[in-house]
Design a protein around this ligand. Structure first.
Ligand SMILES: *[C@@H]1O[C@H](CO)[C@@H](O)[C@H](O)[C@H]1NC(C)=O
Ligand SMILES: *[C@@H]1O[C@H](CO)[C@@H](O)[C@H](O)[C@H]1NC(C)=O
Length: 338
């Protein structure tokens, strides 16, 4: 009974998040048009004419029907290779005459929390973040609470729903923008001051600093993605929308490792570097994912970006790579700024 009520609240809450006025479109299937009633006639699985229900990329974390047996992800990630030097991938239908070749070494760019605030000396942000699990938890939880409490769509939810949505093992979405004159990220500001000292940036400055890495014409969408732990899940390759609106527009991931001093894979999404820019069709609805269902990619092409001190952030243009949740995740969460 309990789980039914939780599921209902989650669907209700996600369905409510359509603050299009605040500059991002909800990307959750439950907020789209209502699904037709289930058709109990068995479909021929190889029939490609039957449209599959759309899913937001982060929902692929939750495809239960494809769940695999339990696994010790901590051990499993140790056997996976970063493979930063993977060859570039080409699609059969790449337009080799017209398409733009992506320069070597630009597909995935690492960045650090220290580099975010070059004008504040001795902040020790990266070191503190990577070595102090309490700081990471406080940072993440305060950010989630501040975003939750300042998102109009969440305003009228019952206290019980708030509590459930803010549990650290559930994903949460909203907007990262902090352009108002009044301080938005109040709890985050306190956490930063407490752990980094008086010279620390405010929570609003922190959000805007990471958000600025998204380049021009960002969508302002933010999501804290948890995903499946203790199982291996199949890769599900996609682009978030298949555009880089301003040409420099990037997706930015901030990783939250599960343990201190972590250096390894399983925190960030996995990616495949493309040889040619892959731009979605003109007709493609902006902010709708481009999903390559059933695409199997040889292991030699798969990059599993490494999390470690100095590499707390990884970013990419959505036209330069296709990406997927890690097949083996080992993290508290990953935050995506777009
Ligand atoms: C149900 O699915 C079957 C097989 O895909 C199809 O032939 C049939 O028309 C569907 N029925 C309805 C009511 O959509
Ligand atoms: C992580 O590294 C710091 C020094 O950089 C050290 O003080 C701490 O004990 C380490 N923690 C773990 C769990 O290894």
């Amino acid at each position: 009974m309990h789980s039914v009520s939780i599921a209902t609240i989650l669907i209700f809450a996600y369905g409510a998040i359509i603050p299009s006025t605040s500059g991002f479109a909800a990307r959750d299937a439950s907020s789209r048009t209502r699904r037709p009633p289930p058709n109990r006639t068995r479909r021929n699985p190889s029939s490609s004419s039957s449209p599959k229900p759309k899913r937001a990329p982060h929902q692929f974390d939750h495809t239960k029907e494809e769940a695999r047996p339990f696994l010790d992800n901590n051990l499993a990630v140790k056997e996976q290779l970063v493979n930063d030097d993977a060859p570039e991938y080409t699609f059969e239908d790449d337009d080799t005459e017209q398409a733009t070749i992506i320069p070597d070494g630009t597909h995935l760019v690492y960045f650090s929390l220290d580099e975010l605030f070059p004008n504040i000396a001795d902040l020790g942000f990266s070191h503190k973040f990577c070595t102090d699990g309490k700081f990471r938890d406080d940072l993440r939880n305060s950010m989630r609470e501040d975003i939750f409490d300042s998102t109009p769509a969440y305003e009228n939810l019952p206290a019980k729903a708030r509590k459930i949505l803010l549990l650290p093992d559930s994903s949460l979405q909203g907007s990262w923008t902090c352009r108002d004159e009044t301080l938005r990220m109040k709890k985050l500001t306190e956490v930063l001051k407490h752990h980094l000292g008086e010279q620390s940036p405010t929570g609003d400055e922190f959000m805007e600093a990471i958000g600025s890495l998204c380049g021009s014409e960002p969508s302002y969408h933010w999501i804290d993605i948890v995903g499946v732990m203790n199982r291996r899940i199949p890769h599900s390759w996609h682009q978030d929308t298949g555009r880089s609106r301003g040409g420099d527009t990037k997706t930015v991931l901030l990783g939250f490792p599960k343990e201190d001093n972590y250096s390894g894979v399983g925190v960030f999404s996995h990616a495949v570097k493309l040889k040619y820019e892959k731009v979605s069709y003109k007709e493609h609805v902006l902010d709708d994912p481009v999903v390559y269902s059933g695409l199997k990619i040889d292991d030699e092409y798969i990059v599993r970006p490494q999390f470690e001190q100095g590499k707390e952030i990884v970013m990419f243009r959505d036209v330069d790579v296709i990406h997927s949740s890690p097949d083996v995740a080992y993290r508290s969460s990953v935050m995506r700024f777009m």
